[in-house]
Design a protein around this ligand. Structure first.
Ligand code: NI
Ligand code: MN
Length: 225
């Protein structure tokens, strides 16, 4: 499975012949200037919550790719009001798509659309695809709800926010990886703004000291996971 990082919490997973794009926020991210969004392809776009740094390019890319957008119901309704036609709204539950199964899971955070519309609850996702199980936490603080995932899944990778302030920081993400029983973590939601800047070398060393792996691909880089 291929993972391409586009900055903040935006990434593309390619598996089972399917391209899944998460939380598109690229053109407004100064760190992602080198990414040309007109070249991005997707079959599905999964959106964790209705904050600007997760949906900045959502309407544009949904229309450009005609990907099916998987989002919380209120955010799905908002997208339809913006002329996005291919929307699959869901809530905290699971559904099997042609590529695999998606469970929308709890995130301890908030959500509100940039135009003041109610965005529904924030969420994360567990995606089962190509015999792998991945957890994308979205924006969340550390929460005991994560322990449920260790009962339900044997996660191969967890994509966790590590920048702190709005979400978990590195120390919290390490505790989270214990809660979910997954030692392979890809970090997101760091360095985009001054308040979420981190020491990436120290972050990796802190994970290593606990016998865990923190992957931090560069923006535009593709890695195999
Ligand atoms: Ni947020
Ligand atoms: Mn965010």
């Amino acid at each position: 499975m291929k993972y391409t990082y586009y900055g903040q919490s935006c990434f593309l997973l390619e598996a089972a012949g399917t391209k899944l794009l998460f939380d598109p926020f690229i053109s407004q991210n100064p760190l992602a200037k080198a990414i040309d969004i007109t070249k991005i392809e997707a079959d599905y776009i999964l959106v964790s919550h209705a904050h600007g740094d997760h949906i900045g390019d959502l309407v544009t890319l949904a229309k450009q790719t005609n990907a099916k957008v998987i989002a919380m119901v209120e955010l799905g309704d908002w997208l339809e009001s913006k002329g996005v036609k291919n929307v699959h709204s869901m809530n905290f539950g699971k559904y099997t798509f042609d590529f695999g199964t998606v469970r929308m899971v709890w995130a301890a955070h908030s959500a509100g659309l940039p135009d003041g519309s109610y965005g529904g609850n924030p969420a994360g996702f567990v995606v089962e695809i190509e015999n792998k199980q991945l957890y994308f936490a979205g924006d969340t603080g550390l929460t005991l709800e994560m322990k449920l995932l260790a009962d339900l899944y044997q996660l191969d990778y967890a994509i966790l926010p590590i920048g702190g302030n709005y979400t978990m920081d590195v120390e919290d993400a390490i505790i989270s990886s214990d809660f979910i029983n997954c030692n392979k973590v890809v970090g997101v939601h760091y360095n985009t703004f001054p308040v979420i800047e981190i020491d990436t070398k120290l972050a990796k060393e802190t994970f290593e000291a606990k016998g865990k792996t923190l992957l931090l691909p560069a923006i535009g880089e593709t890695i195999d996971i």
